[in-house]
Design a protein around this ligand. Structure first.
Ligand code: GFB
Length: 358
């Protein structure tokens, strides 16, 4: 990918990861990027994907398209998470092989490792024990993609690499109260609680219109809600002016990786790393994790909410810990650059600058 005119296809360019890749590649002067949104190309449809690859013939592919979400989304949409992700990966990887793609980076996830694997998680722990149940369908699809890349490399001599990032966050994230990952979900919960405390009901209405979570409102329009209705609505999500209810015990830990750092690592690997140098997959992380309770305290302070944090133990904790061992990547000369405080500020700014949230 040394040539800045190289034809590069980013599958999933509108998502958190794909949009960060596009930003970084464009910033680095790559001028021949290929995109299709899901209305133009449904990656679950084999013949459409094969046709697209035959016509466009990209040289490099970042496979960042996926049906993704936080613990609640993974748990509630299991069939969609396995079907969509297996289909997307299978179609893109097979079509990339048929179209003679020079190199492909397949984006996985740290949830592919066994639930109770030793920490930090080494790449070789893949498939050594049972997966975490809350995201097993997603993990199985991601493991399928890793194995597709590996065996296409072995049989067809392709150069298809799989990378496993830690929990991602950053601008471009989704802020749905139920389907989002933990960091954006908490940011929005604390922000809405602060707006309630300040009595800014109009701002809450604008936020609900912008970011969703409207179905529970039934027939009513968010703009016509009274203060009382808004308070009742947010209480259903555990949000009041004095407290926010979070899920689980708060004792599980997560390693948070800023999405621009992930994009940087993927482009670094696309340029410098070839398959089989260091095995079938490579972790991308910071090497540091925090308990959900600690993450919650940081976000609460950043947002400026002064109320109480409560934990609902009836909700799942998910994997207790999934800290990635990142020495393979470090040995190639790459390290994460963005500290959590800076990354959180950027993410919060992205959220509040969008219409209605501030
Ligand atoms: O990011 P997250 O939703 O998914 O984080 P996973 C879940 C953790 O945050 C659990 C706690 O310990 C939850 O109990 N938590 C507390 C909350 N309050 C909230 C809240 O309001 N919203 C959310 N979302 N969590 C993901 C997988 O698992 O890991 C993905 O779902 C992917 O598929 C990703 O693999 C890397 O970290 O548990």
């Amino acid at each position: 990918m040394k040539n800045k005119n190289a034809k590069i296809y980013i599958a999933g360019h509108k998502g958190l990861v794909g949009s960060a890749l596009a930003r970084k590649l464009e910033g680095d002067g790559y001028s021949n990027l290929v995109f299709r949104d899901s209305n133009q190309l449904d990656l679950r449809r084999q013949t459409d994907v094969e046709k697209f690859f035959e016509e466009e013939k990209p040289e490099y592919v970042f496979l960042a398209a996926a049906k993704a979400g936080g613990i609640f989304a993974n748990y509630n949409y299991k069939a969609e998470f396995i079907y969509d992700n297996v289909m997307i990966a299978t179609n893109v990887i097979h079509s990339a092989y048929k179209a003679g793609v020079k190199k492909l980076i397949n984006l996985g996830s740290s949830c592919i490792y066994p639930r109770l694997a030793p920490q930090p998680l080494k790449e070789e722990y893949l498939l050594t024990a049972k997966l975490e149940s809350t995201n097993e369908p997603y993990a199985v699809a991601k493991i399928t993609a890793i194995k597709l890349c590996r065996y296409y490399c072995e049989q067809y001599k392709t150069n298809f690499i799989s990378v496993m990032p830690a929990n991602l966050y950053g601008p471009g994230d989704k802020f749905d109260l139920e389907k989002a990952h933990v960091l954006p979900a908490l940011m929005r919960k604390f922000h809405l609680a602060k707006l309630l405390f300040e009595g800014k009901y109009d701002k809450v209405c604008e936020d609900l219109k912008e970011y969703g979570n409207m179905p529970m409102l039934g027939e009513e329009q968010a703009s016509n809600l009274t203060g009382r209705q808004i308070i009742d609505h947010l209480a259903k999500f555990g949000i009041t002016k004095d407290s926010v209810i979070l899920w689980g015990t708060g004792d599980s830990s997560r390693e948070l990786l800023y999405v621009d750092d992930l994009a940087d690592a993927c482009i670094f690997l696309m340029k410098q790393y070839d398959v089989n140098e260091l095995g079938e997959l490579i972790n991308i992380g910071t090497g540091v994790d925090l308990k959900i309770k600690e993450i919650a305290d940081l976000i609460k302070d950043l947002v400026g909410f002064n109320g109480e944090i409560c934990y609902d133990n009836s909700k799942p904790d998910g994997t207790p810990r999934k800290l990635l061992e990142v020495s393979k990547l470090n040995s190639l000369g790459w390290r994460a650059k963005t500290n959590l405080e800076k990354g959180m500020i950027e993410t919060y700014n992205y959220y509040v600058r969008r219409k209605g949230a501030s």
